[in-house]
Structures are given as structure tokens and as C-alpha cells.
Design a binder for this molecule. Structure first.
Ligand SMILES: C[S@@+](CC[C@H](N)C(=O)[O-])C[C@H]1O[C@@H](n2cnc3c(N)ncnc32)[C@H](O)[C@@H]1O
Length: 221
């Protein structure tokens, strides 16, 4: 199958040649404000990708932010109406496109740019942010909500694994959480209370103590 062989070639290109970390990397990372691990490419495992792929519908227009060597974007393109894949590292994108060659699917739009500089394209129904070390979660969420994107699949909030966030639901005020885990739109996570609900699903909040807009009530996060 054409897409499968394109994925394998894209993965092989990224695995074999680590040129995207080569000479000039530090200056490039500085230019883009990429700190620590933020500019590092590393693919995730099948559990992570599976969690994304099972959420994709035929009618979806997907925005993949930090698409790396396009290995996931190619698979999403097989399932969705359209995919916009945004990746900041030109060496990585060049290697992936070279490996994919003329097998590049028509519905996969590759954008080599900093995700912070890219407007959310119209009609995006699902965003993917698989970027463990992302420092701009809040900015992306704000822009996606503003653009009317209904859901975000991400692993960017520490301790949350891969989660699908329903962006159509307004987050609750942090002060209303009495007991349990919370996950904030700023990207912070934590626990409020005595620890009596260690296994409950995290409550989606806005303005947690880390955002500095709410008073800290028994926060342990
Ligand atoms: C850990 S890798 C994951 C790649 C891909 N999401 C995957 O799961 O296979 C994170 C990627 O995000 C890219 N990235 C980091 N900051 C970015 C930004 N501001 N705009 C676009 N891409 C970015 C990095 O260059 C890297 O390729």
C-alpha cells in the first residue's frame, strides 16, 4: 500500500539521519525560541498513535501541530478528509518529503513553520498536539477555541497521558474544585483536597494557581 510504504520510508529517514539535530541546530532553536527538549524530534509509540487514530473520523480536518517526520500525519491522512501538518524543523520536513516523494497524499498539506506563527486553518475539526515538552499549550488551546476547533488530542499536559479535550465545553472555575485532579487550559495539572479521590478523571479548569489568577485552595499539584 502506497501510504504504508511512505510511512516506513519517512520513519527510516528520520531514524537513520539525525541531521535535524546537526550543525546550526542551536542557532535555529534560538531563532524559534525552542528551549530544552522542545525542539527535539522523537516519535511516540503505537499506544500513543493508536489513541489519536481511533479518534479520527472520515469527515475530519485535522491540524497536526509539531508533526515531526510526518509519520502520524500520513496515517491520519489515510483516515481523514484533510490534514494540515505543521513542523518547525526544515531539515526534518525536507527528509520526510524526500523519503515520501511522489507518494505524498493530496489531502496532506505540509507546512514547514513554527506553529506559533501559523493561523489555524478554516474548518479544523480536530487538533493533534503530541509534544510532551510544549511550553505553549495555553496559546494553542486559545487559538483552537477561537477558531472553533471542537477537540484536541494531546499528551502535552504533564501526567495526563494522551487525552482528548472537548474544547466546546467551558472549563470550570478552579475555586469550584473541592476534591480531585484538575487539568488547566494553561497546561498545568494538579490535585486539590485531601487525596481521597486519587483515581477520578481530571476536571477541566481555567485559571489554576499556576496561572496566578485564582487563589490556591489546598493545591498539591
Ligand atoms: C516529540 S516530537 C513529536 C513528533 C510528532 N508529533 C510525532 O508524534 O511523531 C515534537 C515535534 O514538535 C516539533 N515542534 C516543537 N515546537 C514546535 C513549534 N513551535 N512549531 C512546530 N513544530 C514544533 C519538534 O520539532 C518535533 O519534531
Amino acid at each position: 500500500m502506497r501510504v504504508t510504504s511512505a510511512i516506513l520510508r519517512s520513519e527510516a529517514a528520520a531514524t537513520n539521519a539525525r541531521a535535524h539535530f546537526g550543525d546550526g541546530y542551536e542557532a535555529w532553536a534560538r531563532r524559534h525560541g525552542l528551549q530544552d527538549w522542545e525542539g527535539f524530534f522523537s516519535g511516540y509509540d503505537e499506544t500513543v498513535y493508536g489513541a489519536v487514530l481511533e479518534d479520527v473520523c472520515e469527515a475530519d480536518t485535522v491540524l497536526d501541530l509539531g508533526a515531526g517526520d510526518l509519520r502520524l500525519a500520513l496515517r491520519i491522512a489515510d483516515l481523514a478528509e484533510r490534514v494540515y501538518a505543521v513542523e518547525v524543523n526544515p531539515v526534518l520536513v525536507a527528509g520526510a518529503l524526500d523519503a515520501i516523494g511522489l507518494d505524498l497524499p493530496r489531502n496532506l498539506h505540509v507546512i514547514c513553520a513554527n506553529g506559533l506563527d501559523v493561523t489555524v486553518p478554516p474548518g479544523v475539526t480536530m487538533a493533534v498536539l503530541l509534544m510532551r515538552h510544549c511550553r505553549h499549550f495555553e496559546v494553542y488551546v486559545e487559538r483552537l477555541v477561537e477558531a472553533g476547533c471542537p477537540r484536541l488530542v494531546t499528551n502535552a499536559r504533564w501526567g495526563m497521558g494522551v487525552e482528548t479535550i472537548d474544547l466546546t465545553q467551558p472549563p470550570v472555575a478552579f475555586d469550584q474544585v473541592r476534591e480531585g485532579w484538575y487539568a488547566c487550559r494553561c497546561g498545568a495539572t494538579g490535585y486539590v483536597g485531601t487525596g481521597s479521590r486519587p483515581l477520578g478523571r481530571a476536571i477541566e479548569v481555567a485559571s489554576c494557581p499556576r496561572c496566578g489568577e485564582s487563589e490556591m485552595v489546598g493545591n498539591q499539584g
